[in-house]
Design a protein around this ligand. Sequence first.
Ligand code: B12
Length: 208
Amino acid sequence: MDAALSTLVAHLLDGDSEAALAEARRVRASQPDGQRLLVEGLEAAMDGMSAKCTTEQFNLLEIMLTGRAAMAVAREAFPEGAIPGTRGPVVIATPQGDVHDLGKNITRMVLTTKGFRVVDCGKDCPVADMVAAATREQAFAVLASGLISPVVPLVRQLRGLLRERGLSNVAVVAGGAALKQCTAEALNVDYVARDAFDCVHFLEGLPR
Ligand code: B12
């Protein structure tokens, strides 16, 4: 990791939004596409928080401060509304039982800055609502973000529910820490994305 990214991670772990924003601007000046900023900056900082967020205990204040700083950096790097959403639409949500939404929100921002119209069904979202949104919006892909393992069986239901609605042509993409550990076959999805940019590449390769 280069020095600017290490400094960014340190500022994020301190929860210092101003310092993180200033460092992120330096990173973006040399790496404008934002992928390293995202993976080696924002994700790495939140991974650093991982030890403080286990099933038994977590330090909520520190996690919230780092999360807030990470979102400030993401909002500036991937501004929503700057580009008209002419591609898509796609539906995104964190399935029911999971309240993690930082990764989902950042994925939405990245897709939006790449010109996709993204319908965000939020967190703790019933999979039936994700399918209803895909039907209503005539989406060409449904994206599920899962950070805790209990959402795995819910994600596995998506394809069947879409098929029942006559939407077997809608692609299902999974992402987020808990789902990234699984294969597409195990999750019954079309693709498991490493990060938001990987998802963009997959969506761009789909027939329209
Ligand atoms: C921040 C955090 C929280 C915050 C969430 C705040 C929020 N608004 O999201 C709070 C404090 C609320 C929280 C709560 C809990 N958490 Co927590 N949390 C984390 C932590 C530290 C970071 C997650 C994060 O935001 N990462 C940063 C983002 C940017 O990265 P990301 O989510 O991976 O997303 C990127 C990619 O994966 C991808 N992506 C994400 N989603 C999607 C979707 C698609 C379609 C695509 C294409 C890409 C994509 O794009 C993003 C950008 O590239 C993780 C540890 C970790 N390393 O993941 C634990 C972690 C996920 N939490 C964990 C746990 C156990 C919990 C709690 C159960 C704790 C408790 N005792 O209550 C609760 C869960 C309650 C619930 N029902 O959901 C465990 C989960 C273990 C498991 N496998 O089940 C983890 C792994 C920590 C650990 N070491 O054990 N948590």
